[in-house]
Ligand binder design. Structure first.
Ligand SMILES: [Zn+2]
Length: 321
């Protein structure tokens, strides 16, 4: 049985350097709810699709800004997600620190979590957990750094806060934020610094080139191939990444029908194969050690046809949405 973790980084961004309350509220509507003219196509729509097919997701909610700067909206959103049976976990973008004017948090600017010391990272994570408590998230147990910008010290800081799981390891981001590189790549969970690291799933789309299993970046055929390959290898977990705004078009004024259809196909496929796949959250993990200590192995190698087909599908998206 392959446990599939559908993880959705849930966050918003503002265009101005000093956003007003109205701008913050508008950004929440735009990036998280996906408020459109006909209906909302963001995180709530995604939850409805997943519920229709009986699959579970983990929403990694940016915990520095949303709970503190849009408290009421975030509380309503958390309540909605929990009522639909999904988990809320911790996501942190250190870029928000200058906006918070909190003297207890590090004053030194840093784009990624890895730019801070263990003590500073532990302080930031502790504040994020407190913020989540304010909006009704009692016991988050998993973390992902914004931009995958963690290092192994991040896991020490998580352990300091009693957080058991991290899922920031993404080998496709070693040049762009993630500082968790090791001699041997990690393809399945490992224990490091008293925290379980669940790496983001990857595959090779051309020889020697790795592609992360991101909903927006892969065709359904590629996602299905990775799930089948992981299951055939007897691997225990597969972490897929998405965002609250991935089902929206590039202007975030309506849906991206290609990605919406991709999500629907994925959920349908998972629901049709309960013998092979189970979608769970990190809070459902009973015995984490059972996921660890598999022999290291390279990521699955996809084929030319799937890669070319995806290029065509993505080009169509750029043209239409
Ligand atoms: Zn993020």
């Amino acid at each position: 049985m392959l446990d599939v973790f559908l993880t959705i980084d849930t966050e918003f961004w503002c265009r101005s350097a000093n956003p007003t309350p109205d701008e913050l509220s508008g950004a929440f509507d735009e990036f998280i709810l996906g408020v459109g003219s006909s209906r909302n196509w963001g995180a709530n729509y995604q939850a409805e699709v997943m519920n229709h097919f009986g699959v579970k997701a983990s929403y990694f909610l940016e915990a520095l800004c949303a709970p503190t700067l849009c408290g009421d909206k975030t509380r309503d959103f958390v309540s909605y997600v929990r009522q639909h049976g999904h988990d809320i976990e911790i996501h942190i973008h250190a870029e928000w620190l200058p906006f918070l004017a909190d003297e207890s948090l590090p004053a030194t600017p840093g784009k990624h979590m890895r730019h801070f010391s263990r003590q500073e990272q532990a302080t930031i994570i502790a504040q994020a957990v407190k913020n989540l408590h304010l909006v009704g998230v009692a016991e988050p147990c998993a973390f992902r750094a914004g931009n995958f910008g963690a290092n192994w010290v991040t896991l020490q800081a998580l352990a300091d806060n009693g957080i058991q799981f991290d899922t920031s390891y993404n080998c496709c981001y070693f040049d762009a934020g993630c500082a968790m590189q090791e001699d041997k790549g990690i393809s399945q969970p490992v224990m490091r610094n008293n925290v379980y690291e669940f790496p983001v799933a990857v595959f090779r789309d051309t020889p020697g080139h790795y592609r992360p299993l991101h909903l927006q970046a892969c065709s359904f055929a590629e996602i299905k191939y990775v799930l089948e390959s992981y299951a055939e290898r007897g691997w225990k977990s597969c972490v897929l990444v998405s965002h609250s705004f991935e089902t929206l078009n590039s202007r975030r004024s309506g849906r991206d029908a290609v990605v919406c259809r991709r999500l629907e196909k994925l959920c349908k496929y998972l629901s049709e194969h309960p013998d092979k796949y189970r979608t769970i959250g990190f809070s459902d993990i009973g015995s984490p050690d059972e996921y660890c200590n598999l022999q290291p192995a390279d990521a699955p190698q996809s084929n030319y046809f799937r890669t070319v087909s995806r290029h065509g599908e993505q080009a169509l998206r750029r043209l239409l949405y």
